[in-house]
Design a protein around this ligand. Structure first.
Ligand SMILES: Cc1ncc(COP(=O)(O)O)c(C=O)c1O
Length: 424
């Protein structure tokens, strides 16, 4: 009998990148069951979607209850409870001075966020960062620069997009003197405003508070604060893309809390509804109030079942999962640092909460893509699902569910240890 992979090959184009050829039949907690009956420890979490594990009973129950009463209403047509309750909850979590608009995917939320910034400022340009990933639509591809393959044959993309350097301190060419962030990363904006784009023509600076696809790169706090200052100085909207970092991944509800910086607008998706398609644009009330009826929209945004699942997800996060994420994140990072001391192939261990990664290097500290691929393949053979990231695909990311226990982390570390010891 053909596998799901084999059947898929015949009816679907190769366009979507596939990390594995594994078919699955079930997900529960930290584990997936493959179609050939193997139990796989899932530290990919559907790319940071199943943050509270697969099929959390509270999410399942909330979704079933909602299905029984209303599957679709259409937010351009009617109002319904889960939609309004979720917006109220998100406003409460984000300090009370925000408003929320729901869409379906991360890219759609980022598109909306850019439209909002342009609408309010009446400016044209957008500054994004090298190494960024913001989605697959034409506009979000235009602000994405983690891989030229994502842009190939789609040029010309959206005009007036400028890319700044994102401070990757492991690979920085600049000297770190006494300050936390090399000054070149801060000074680049003056340079850009002098030579390329007038700051008063810039609608938004969009950044991931921690770069995801770009390699789980954590910027210095000083840098994030400086970007906020630049935005304040020139009336530029600061947009945080919290699509991968949001909903507890870093041990806080949103990663921005780790930097003490509030954006004007931020987007979130992936883990918001534990796997139901939903995304949100969350922005300061003063800006949202100016976004008049008809300026944006969409048929499926804020689906009743997805909103009910999101409310249940937040409940689980607030009642122990966030705390467990911070605690297990520290434990996991410590274990990864122990491995780094043992294997020179691990050049860097980084991340916050359970958004963790190791960067693999060769003898000369160059990106070691080959070893990264070997680790992913062998880990899956041993029952551990991992993903890579980074512009050179030489970073292994660990996206463990927040309900993870020490024994699961120990198992993953043991598998990594076994692989690295044979590759040495
Ligand atoms: C930071 C970030 N932004 C945007 C997106 C796009 O989200 P979606 O695939 O839901 O459109 C992703 C997806 O990986 C992401 O990681």
């Amino acid at each position: 009998m053909s596998t799901l992979f084999e059947r898929c090959q015949k009816v679907m184009p190769p366009v979507a990148n596939r990390a594995t050829q594994m078919g699955v039949v079930k997900g529960e907690g930290c584990y997936l069951t493959s179609e050939d009956g193997r139990e796989i420890l899932d530290f990919a979490s559907g790319v940071a979607v199943c943050n509270i594990g697969h099929n959390h009973p509270k999410v399942v129950e909330a979704a079933i209850e909602q299905v029984k009463s209303l599957i679709h209403g259409g937010h351009n047509v009617v109002y319904y409870e889960s939609y309004v309750s979720l917006a109220e909850k998100l406003v409460e979590i984000t300090g009370g001075d925000t408003m929320v608009y729901f869409s379906n995917s991360g890219a759609e939320a980022n598109e909306g966020a850019m439209k909002l910034a342009k609408y309010i400022t009446k400016r044209q340009a957008v500054i994004a960062f090298k190494g960024s990933f913001h989605g697959r639509t034409i506009a979000t591809t235009s602000i994405t620069s983690s891989n030229s393959a994502y842009r190939k044959n789609y040029e010309a993309l959206l005009p007036s997009v400028y890319f700044a350097e994102y401070p990757n301190l492991f690979r920085t060419p600049y000297k770190r003197e006494c300050e936390e962030c090399p000054k070149q990363y801060l000074e680049q904006f003056d340079e850009m405003f002098k030579k390329l784009i007038d700051p008063y023509s810039v609608a938004a600076i969009i950044m991931e508070p921690i770069q995801g696809e770009g390699g789980y790169v954590v910027p210095p706090v000083e840098f994030v604060k400086y970007v906020r200052e630049i935005c304040d100085k020139y009336g530029i909207m600061l947009i945080f893309d919290e699509i991968q970092t949001g909903f507890g991944r870093t041990g806080k509800m949103f990663a921005q809390e780790n930097f003490g910086v509030k954006p004007d607008i931020f987007t979130t998706a992936k883990a918001i509804a534990s796997g139901f398609p939903l995304s949100a644009i969350i922005a300061k009330k003063e800006h949202m109030e100016k976004w008049v009826a008809g300026a944006h929209g969409g048929t499926f945004g804020g689906n009743p079942v997805a909103c009910a699942a999101a409310l249940a997800t937040i409940d689980v996060l607030e009642n122990g999962a966030l705390e467990n994420c911070a605690k297990m994140g520290e434990y996991f990072k410590e274990k990864l640092l122990e491995l780094k001391r043992k294997y020179k192939e691990i050049g860097d261990v980084r991340g916050i909460g359970l958004m963790l990664a190791i960067e693999l290097v060769d003898e000369e500290n160059r990106p070691n893509t080959h070893l990264t691929n070997t680790i992913l393949t062998k880990a899956l053979e041993k029952g551990l699902l991992l993903l890579s990231c980074g512009c050179d695909k030489n970073v292994v990311r660990f996206i463990a569910p927040m309900i993870v226990e020490k024994k699961d982390i120990d198992k993953a570390i043991q598998i990594l240890d076994e692989i690295l010891s044979t590759e040495n």
